[in-house]
Design a protein around this ligand. Structure first.
Ligand SMILES: [Fe+2]
Length: 279
């Protein structure tokens, strides 16, 4: 097993529209992605890889994926993506043709090795529907891929969370066949994290005995309506991304997820002066 730490940044739910269009008539998702890319490029040490966990486009159209490609051009880091419910498998495959897809057509599943880590990207898109589902080819591929090693830690990425988060209108459009995913995850202790998107806000729970996260978005957040008090709404909250850090160690090592705000901030400033004393 590699002894080097591995840093995997996750960004999610970009919702890129045609140039000049605002999401819901209000949110400049292109500007939000520009700020996100600048934050990713400024991370020091630099992440080894970036995963985009779905909803890259909004409608989706070829023009939106072209716009996305231009916005991602300044990103200095290697990246890969899973589709979300706002994406099109076919348009995404055409927009990201160099990706290492497991299948030559259909689901956009991928296995990416980054140092001592396996990243398993699952396609949960159901054409024309907001909810997610893992098809049999994806589930079988996941089982076989996980069974190919026992000691390489693996992070699983998919757009739709396999749990209810308590936000009523999102809970009805999460992953549907969670039992089948849970059965596979339970069989493979090397799965260290299931990382999702879709809800545009940071959440953490466990799923099949493993940590399971939702990554916040660079643009708008789904309103934290835990009481079914309002119609589906969004808020423009502080944007953020996730940085999953794998540290080698005993057994499968340690995985830690940091939430990183998007933007530029005062600092870093030293805690200690030249005399070694706390300032
Ligand atoms: Fe989504």
């Amino acid at each position: 097993m590699s002894e080097k730490p591995v840093l995997v940044a996750q960004i999610s739910d970009l919702h890129i529209k045609a140039p000049g269009s605002l999401a819901y008539g209000r949110v400049d998702t292109a500007k939000a992605l520009e700020r996100c890319v600048a934050t990713l490029n400024a991370l020091d040490p630099a992440p080894d890889f970036v995963v985009i966990s779905g909803d890259l486009a909004d409608t989706p159209t070829v023009e939106e994926y072209d716009h996305l490609g231009r916005l991602l051009q300044p990103l200095k880091l290697p990246y890969a993506a899973v589709p979300g419910n706002h994406d099109s498998r076919e348009l995404m495959r055409a927009a990201l043709p160099k990706a290492s897809y497991a299948f030559s057509s259909g689901p956009l599943d991928q296995k990416i090795e980054v140092g001592g880590l396996d990243l398993l990207l699952l396609d949960s898109n159901v054409h024309g529907k907001p909810h997610g589902e893992l098809g049999q080819p994806t589930l079988q591929w996941l089982e076989v891929t996980l069974a190919s090693s026992a000691d390489r830690p693996a992070l699983v990425f998919l757009h739709h969370p396999p749990f209810v988060a308590g936000i009523w209108h999102m809970d009805s459009q999460n992953l549907q066949n969670v039992g089948e995913l849970a059965t596979i995850v339970r069989r493979h202790p090397r799965v260290q994290l299931i990382a999702c998107g879709h809800v545009h806000r940071a959440s953490l729970t466990t799923f099949a005995g493993r940590p399971c996260t939702i990554c916040p978005a660079p643009n708008h957040a789904v309103d934290l309506d835990l009481g079914h008090l309002r119609e589906p709404s969004f808020k423009v909250e502080p944007p953020a991304l996730h940085l999953h850090v794998w540290l080698p160690g005993e057994g499968l090592g340690t995985l830690v997820t940091h939430q990183v705000p998007i933007g530029t901030f005062d600092g870093p400033h030293p805690f200690f002066g030249p005399d070694g004393k706390l300032l």
